[in-house]
Design a binder for this molecule. Structure first.
Ligand SMILES: O=P(O)(O)O[C@H]1O[C@H](CO)[C@@H](O)[C@H]1O
Ligand SMILES: O=c1cc[nH]c(=O)[nH]1
Length: 289
């Protein structure tokens, strides 16, 4: 049975609805970044660029780095965008878009997020590179899918209990990254972390400019959380969705985080651009190693 036009939506040129991409446009290795402007900061290092396409917040370049074909695509901010980005990337490789049928043989993408984050630990200073071993999603995205056998439910339950998590918010979920990619991108330059993925940047990360939050101690409670040695290191807005959707759809994912803010000390990075270029070069070298 083919998928209905209302479910698998294609543009006039046959490209997938939001990404505006055709199956041949993407490589098997996809770097995702939040910021559309960061796409060229990555592809500037490519040997050559074969494709540049842009739709909404999804800016995509495909090219080669040291002979390896790589796609870099922006996702915009938040796991609502990640739901679209990963579902449509998966459709590009695992659904025959012309027949609108799921392929008999499925393929796996390597997905490497290169993003920015705030550390909630004094001992993880700005300019650090955190590689997320696991993510705790505050966003609820994975509760909208039936398959949940890969979620670490004991860790999420302990988190709810220890932090007194409000039932008015989504139930947190915990999901691991792709082990092989995590090992490949780890080194003495990276810190292994457990990343909290928030639904926003201000209130959801307990930042107060003018609007107060219901619990000013929440970041301390998150940082005090400890279950079987697992404790949260940093906050950002995409990793849990990427890890969850990758596990759900059979892809491998890793999230690399440049620490821009240290929420415990109140500091913000002074040379963010330079450090991002350093993280990008580091990731590209590890991808082709
Ligand atoms: O720098 P990016 O990749 O966008 O990542 C982080 O920065 C944004 C917030 O400033 C959020 O998307 C967060 O996850
Ligand atoms: O504190 C921070 C810094 C970058 N991105 C976030 O989501 N939070």
């Amino acid at each position: 049975m083919s998928l209905k036009a209302s479910e698998l939506i294609l543009n006039e040129d046959g490209s997938i609805y939001h990404l505006g991409l055709l199956p041949g446009d993407i490589a098997n290795t996809v770097i995702t970044v939040g910021d559309p402007g960061r796409v060229s900061t990555v592809s500037d290092h490519f040997d050559s660029i074969e494709l540049k396409k842009e739709k909404r917040e999804f800016n995509t370049h495909t090219g080669t780095y040291k002979g390896k074909r790589i796609t870099v695509m922006s996702t915009g901010m938040g796991t609502d965008n990640i739901d679209i980005a990963l579902t449509e990337l998966d459709a590009l490789v695992n659904i025959n878009l012309k027949a609108k049928k799921i392929k008999d043989e499925l393929s796996s993408l390597d997905i490497i997020r290169i993003g920015t984050t705030g550390s909630i630990r004094k001992e993880i200073p700005v300019d650090s590179f955190i590689i997320s071993e696991m993510a705790l999603g505050f966003d609820g995205l994975m509760h909208y899918y039936k398959e949940d056998s890969f979620l670490k439910k004991d860790i999420a339950a302990a988190f709810v209990e220890q932090t007194g998590w409000s039932a008015k918010k989504a139930m947190p979920y915990v999901v691991e990254g792709g082990k092989e990619l995590i090992e490949r991108l780890s080194s003495s330059s990276t810190i292994k972390g457990f990343t909290g993925t928030n639904v926003g940047f201000y209130g959801p990360q307990a930042r107060i400019l003018r609007a107060d939050v219901p619990d000013r101690e929440m970041n301390n409670k998150i940082s005090d959380f400890n279950y079987k040695g697992y404790s949260i290191t940093n906050l950002e807005m995409e990793t849990s969705g990427i890890y969850g959707m990758a596990k759900l759809l059979g892809h491998n994912a890793v999230s690399m985080n440049l620490v821009l803010a240290n929420r415990a000390s109140g500091e913000f990075a002074e040379n963010a651009k330079e450090m991002m270029v350093k993280l990008i070069k580091y990731c590209l070298e590890k991808i082709v190693a």
